[in-house]
Design a protein around this ligand. Sequence first.
Ligand code: SIN
Length: 286
Amino acid sequence: MTLTIKNLGAPLGAEISGIDLSGPITSSAVETIEGVWRDRLVIVFHDQKLSDPQLIAFSKYFGELDAPGPNPYGQPFLKDHPELNVISNVVENGKPIGNLGDGEAVWHADMTYVEVPPKAAMLHSLEVPPPEAGGNTYFSNMFVAYETLPADLKKAAEGKLAVHDASANSAGMLRKGYKEVTDVRLTVGAHHPLIRTEPGTGRKALFLGRRPNAYVLGMEVTESEALLDALWAHATQPRFTLCHRWKVGDLLMWNNLSVLHRRDPFDPKTRRIMHRSQIKGSEGVH
Ligand code: SIN
């Protein structure tokens, strides 16, 4: 197997070809993939056909799996593989087979409402709508967002902690067991710095997690809203982003602490099914 790596025309993202992810891979391939994941933050593999056990086996090359967060229905979508999540709008026998429906999934990073969020996520497409029906996924580079931040915003964000809401998913659906947030000062979820430092390299990145119900600790609510709005407007500019247009068999692997992602809504009359894993982080966010 000879791996080919092609950087995509955005400030993040690379395509890796020449590898079949459904079987064992060599330690040198794992090292190469890890390096690209660290440098380019999002990896796109095309034409992969993985069963659930194969997706789990591939994911485990990069660490221990992190179980999905609670979904609105209170039960894992895959009974035999509760460590995997399903992202889908398909309803079978009156029951959704997956999470997030067909609406927009707003900009977010995964599970930042826990103390140690997952470091990586994999999303494997099994069925996708036709290209004109929507459902593209976007990623934004949080290192570049930090590095280009105007000096006044950098100063305002320095040393501040924000709360990351645990109550709702990125489609705005309330998770089972949580109440609607009516006052952001009472938002339930982990507290993380607005600016994190990558261990090993010392490079800094914005760490925003999710906008709804976020609050900068110790600030007046109006001040907190203004600071968060300004940081989010900066961090999600098209010049920092990659757009992925899905084909069946794509597998995307992203660096969860260093990117934000969002998904366009898509035509509810079409089917979209993706299976997803995530890899445990090794430490809190500093
Ligand atoms: C997600 O936010 O993890 C799902 C992205 C997608 O459906 O493309």
